[in-house]
Design a binder for this molecule. Structure first.
Ligand SMILES: C[S@@+](CC[C@H](N)C(=O)[O-])C[C@H]1O[C@@H](n2cnc3c(N)ncnc32)[C@H](O)[C@@H]1O
Length: 300
């Protein structure tokens, strides 16, 4: 999302130091750099949605300690000019592509030994939905096909014997999409916020049936969107987060991407890393908490 919201960018950087989030991708990224440097003299590292360069800042500490400075060339893609401007102030050694991935035709001559995409593809997906009419099943389906096409273009940028690492949201499997779940609020007052949520959340309609005063019924996929994004209501970044869904591919979709592009999956881990927070707000009836995020490493 293109934004100058200060809180939003603070949150993006801070989240790298939160044990419950994208920091869980760091060991895999560092291990992959080590592996690549064992078999190649120098490597090209591309971060998709590099934003203001927090990932480089973290990796550069490891790179300095290991004396790898001359062996890694950093590249970044982002469509947000302001982010690239700030990132290049911090990192004058990074080569940037100011590209909007939604235009698909990615004109990049370089190839890469490691490509990372940390919490970026769900924004590509959400951006595409909002550009369409939004809030219907067809726009959701189209956005999925579109995101697959973007990912396929990016995979073509891999050198031989290289790795593509994704950390992002995880969607419910298609066959469980409409499974009915019942929930209530820990604090009945949150019902007011919930009404705002249903009204203002843009990517897809959140259809909820009220069974009684504090008991609701919805689909598993709607529940996942509700509980993942509910924490942002009444915060400075609600206006950004209400336009996005964090969930775009299921485990099966990520596996199909490997199959369709001749990649092997080395790592695939899914996480339910916000359960404690969810439990403080919602009570689920006869159902497990859904998984919210995925870390996947493809090799070619
Ligand atoms: C949620 S932020 C994540 C940033 C960073 N990877 C991190 O984990 O902190 C998503 C990033 O992707 C960029 N982005 C979103 N949609 C994009 C698109 N269609 N083309 C290029 N960049 C995009 C945004 O500008 C933003 O910097």
């Amino acid at each position: 999302m293109k934004t100058n919201n200060v809180q939003y960018h603070k949150q993006l950087s801070n989240a790298f130091f939160d044990k419950n989030g994208k920091s869980s991708a760091l060991p895999t990224i560092i291990k992959t750099i080590e592996e690549q440097l064992k078999i190649k003299k120098t490597i090209n590292f591309l971060d998709i949605g590099c934003n203001r360069g927090t990932l480089y800042s973290i990796l550069k500490i490891i790179i300095y300690e290991n004396k790898w400075e001359d062996r890694i060339n950093f590249y970044g893609i982002d469509y947000d000019k302001k982010s690239i401007e700030l990132c290049s102030k911090r990192h004058n050694d990074v080569i940037f592509y100011n590209i909007n991935l939604n235009k698909i035709n990615i004109k990049i001559k370089d190839h890469f030994d490691i490509i990372t995409s940390i919490n970026t593809l769900h924004e590509v997906f959400s951006g595409y939905i909002l550009k369409q009419s939004g809030k219907n099943d067809l726009s959701f389906k189209n956005a999925k096909t579109h995101t697959e096409a973007v990912l396929t273009e990016l995979i073509k940028l891999l050198n031989k014997n290289s790795s593509f690492i994704i950390y992002d949201g995880l969607d419910v499997e298609t066959f469980q999409y409409e499974n009915i779940v019942r929930f209530s609020f820990v604090n009945a007052k949150d019902k007011d916020l919930f009404n705002i949520f249903v009204k203002e959340y843009e990517p897809i309609p959140i259809n909820v049936k009220e069974i009684n005063l504090n008991l609701f019924e919805t689909s598993k996929s709607n529940l996942l969107r509700l509980i993942s994004t509910f924490k942002y209501i009444n915060t400075d970044i609600w206006d950004i987060e209400r336009k996005q869904t964090y969930h775009f591919f299921s485990i099966t979709d990520f596996k199909n991407t490997a199959y369709n592009n001749n990649l092997k999956i080395e790592t695939i881990k899914s996480f339910s890393n916000d359960i404690e927070l969810w439990k403080s707000k919602f009570i689920l009836e006869d159902s497990d908490w859904p998984e919210k995020s995925v870390l996947i490493k493809y090799n070619n």
